[in-house]
Ligand binder design. Structure first.
Ligand SMILES: CC[C@@H](C(=O)O)C(=O)SCCNC(=O)CCNC(=O)[C@H](O)C(C)(C)COP(=O)(O)OP(=O)(O)OC[C@H]1O[C@@H](n2cnc3c(N)ncnc32)[C@H](O)[C@@H]1OP(=O)(O)O
Length: 255
């Protein structure tokens, strides 16, 4: 199974389970995200949704380049990008707190998933970055738009996008992307983080999220996410992107 869902004491954990591919997102994982989102919407006993990756190396390495490399034109790319973009928008607008438990490297779309969550807890020594620029595309699932809404200083957010390289956890804490950098186990970090929040009535959490979502609706957040996706789709069909992905895939094949 490419993803796992577990629930304990009101904490629903969605684990991307493709360790050998650095937890890259393929169509099956996308369906898993849809399933977990529907589950949260239909079950009042879910207090927190946690997103994490299997193993110790990676949180998520973004879209599965081997699977999505078959998409060539702007419209083909837009189909896949907007599908995941809609999923991330649903994730970002859930009524429960969402937590990215960043156990390992988070790059490309993996960084977008983490940015769409309300909170980012990051294991010390791990890295995350919007590396899409190295593939001659922008973020294509709405992650850039979420980043600009997350309260980072504008210059730091923009630099993170245009640097297109992984940043260390300590730097990500300094610039305000990561909320915690932890040393112990993932489980300990999560338990410590939600310890106080779990004593608060869920309707309070929902009310605060609604305050934020009202602002997003007023600022046409959904429309802006879709514009970002359209921009990425336009770049996707250029030769520079296909060459870069080809280089990644063939380099690996020669290993
Ligand atoms: C499509 C949406 C777009 C967006 O909107 O954001 C994106 O997400 S674009 C994708 C961006 N992601 C990347 O470019 C990351 C690519 N991966 C890497 O840079 C590296 O794999 C790594 C994550 C830094 C780890 O490097 P390393 O430790 O050297 O491992 P390998 O590179 O040897 O990987 C092992 C294995 O995993 C496969 N892999 C890794 N990432 C992906 C991926 N994103 N898609 C498909 N496959 C991936 C890699 O090909 C290796 O496979 P095998 O050779 O079959 O073992």
């Amino acid at each position: 199974m490419a993803y796992l869902m577990t629930k304990e004491d009101g904490v629903l954990t969605f684990t991307i389970n493709r360790e050998d591919k650095h937890n890259a997102i393929n169509s099956e994982v996308m369906e898993g995200f849809k399933e977990v989102i529907t589950y949260v919407k239909n079950h009042d006993d879910v207090r927190f949704l946690v997103i994490t990756g299997a193993g110790e190396k990676s949180f998520c390495s973004g879209g599965d380049l081997a699977e999505f490399h078959s998409l060539h034109t702007e419209d083909e790319a837009f189909g896949m990008l907007s599908k995941m973009g809609n999923i991330l928008y649903e994730l970002a607008t859930l009524p429960v707190p969402t937590i990215a438990l960043i156990n390992g490297t988070a790059v490309g779309g993996g960084c977008e998933i983490a940015t769409a969550c309300d909170f980012r807890l990051m294991k010390r020594g791990k890295k995350a970055g919007f590396i899409q620029g190295t593939l001659a595309i922008t973020s294509g699932w709405g992650g850039g738009t979420y980043l600009f809404e997350r309260g980072l200083r504008h210059d730091r957010a923009l630099k993170m996008l245009v640097d297109a390289k992984p940043y260390d956890a300590d730097l990500l804490y300094d610039i305000g992307w990561a909320m915690r950098v932890y040393d112990g186990t993932n489980e300990e970090a999560l338990a410590e983080f939600i310890e106080h929040m779990r004593n608060i009535h869920p309707s309070v959490h929902q009310a605060y999220k609604e305050i934020e979502l009202r602002k997003w609706r007023e600022r046409n957040m959904y429309g802006r996410v879709m514009e970002e996706i359209r921009l990425c789709a336009k770049l996707w069909e250029h030769d520079a992107h296909h060459e870069a992905v080809n280089n990644f895939l063939t380099k690996k094949a020669k290993k």
